[in-house]
Design a protein around this ligand. Structure first.
Ligand SMILES: [Zn+2]
Ligand SMILES: [Zn+2]
Length: 363
């Protein structure tokens, strides 16, 4: 295998570990691609959580894995990732997963900080399960789900990462390091990290070009704060006590949207159609993906009041990734009777999805 992680337009300016064959780089030039452009800067929020004494900078809410009874000379939380991947030429997912793992692992890459070790096990046996499949033209490159306990401690008891083979080879998504950026972010979410949109050198940024396949020192610092101390606290249930139907606690889901635009004008230009429409109904339709990795799709039926761009019939169908147990945080359900301006990507006859959540503006 020859250097799969390099492209002509990537400039190596740092160091670090990224590859299964000792290719070294940590930072790549933060380029703005045509398809994925830097959308906006998010203010840096420091939220102090008095209960735990930790600040939640890019922690995902205050979610974290329980860590208890670690020996004083080895106070490390070890999480396992189940490899459920199948290769999709030219993307060797298992190789990428191992690269991602090593970049988060405290022994190998250092980005996981001093207290987080990550190993890979066979699919089905992990704290976190990692999947790929062709989920179709859903608008997202990857999904990260965590299940948290209902108690006050918000412990993560299970995680899932799903990446969408459908977009392999598209515009900005053709190189392995593009997909390592996505996979690195989904796995990072399952540790309890949120997006890190203030820096261009981390895979936890979902609004830059996909050129940063590793976390950065900020992510490391965050994990150190989250996992330095044991959390042998009450109120959590272990991952083994999951309800057979409802699963483990409540799920939280982040999506890595495939398209970003700087402003409404760019969004308008990129859309296949833009409409003013009212929701007639919304119901679970079907799943996409294999049995152990399926994702629910909801059909939202809307009555179009006005077509601002493109051609749309009087009634359109919106395909939304949502269903029992899965609701993407920035793309919640549509309520019957609500009116929206929608920026749409056509996915079939009379069938659309929103370009991204910026393309759903509720009136
Ligand atoms: Zn805790
Ligand atoms: Zn994300």
């Amino acid at each position: 295998m020859d250097s799969p992680f390099f492209a002509d337009n990537v400039i190596i300016i740092g160091y670090g570990a990224f590859s299964g064959e000792n290719l070294q780089f940590k930072e790549v030039e933060n380029m703005i691609s045509r398809k994925i452009s830097f959308a906006w800067l998010t203010a840096l929020f420091f939220i102090f959580i008095s209960a735990s004494g930790a600040y939640a900078d890019n922690q995902w809410s205050n979610y974290h894995w329980e860590k208890k009874n670690t020996p004083p000379d080895h106070p490390i939380l070890t999480l396992s990732i189940g490899d459920n991947h199948t290769d999709v030429n030219p993307t060797h997912w298992s190789t990428l997963l191992d690269v991602v793992r090593s970049n988060w692992d405290q022994d190998d890459g250092g980005f996981g900080g001093a207290y987080l070790a990550v190993n890979i096990v066979d699919g089905g046996a992990g704290d976190i399960e990692s999947y790929n499949d062709d989920y179709g033209n859903t608008g997202w490159l990857g999904l990260a789900s965590i299940w948290i306990t209902r108690g006050k401690n918000k412990h993560i008891v299970r995680g899932q990462s799903k990446v969408n083979d459908y977009y392999i080879g598209y515009d900005s998504f053709s190189e392995d390091f593009n997909w390592a950026h996505v996979l690195c972010q989904e796995i990072g979410h399952t540790f309890g990290l949120d997006h890190n949109r203030d820096a261009g050198d981390t895979c936890m940024n979902d609004q830059t070009a996909l050129l940063s396949p590793t976390p950065n020192d900020h992510d490391t610092d965050m994990l150190d704060i989250m996992y330095a101390e044991d959390h042998g606290d009450s109120g959590g249930s272990s991952g083994k006590k999951c309800h057979p139907i409802r699963g483990c606690g409540q799920s939280r889901v982040h999506a890595f949207w495939a398209e970003h635009y700087e402003d409404e004008q760019e969004l308008l230009e990129a859309s296949d159609a833009v409409v003013e429409a009212t929701v007639l109904s919304s119901s679970f339709s079907h799943t996409v993906g294999g049995p152990d990795r399926a994702v629910p799709i909801t059909r939202v039926i809307l009555k179009v009041a006005e077509t601002i761009k493109g051609k749309a019939s009087r009634v359109i169908v919106l395909q939304q990734t949502r269903g029992p147990g899965l609701e993407i945080e920035d793309d919640p359900g549509y309520v019957t009777g609500d009116a929206y301006t929608l920026y749409l990507r056509q996915v079939g006859v009379n069938s659309y999805r929103v370009v991204n959540p910026d393309g759903r503006i509720r009136h």
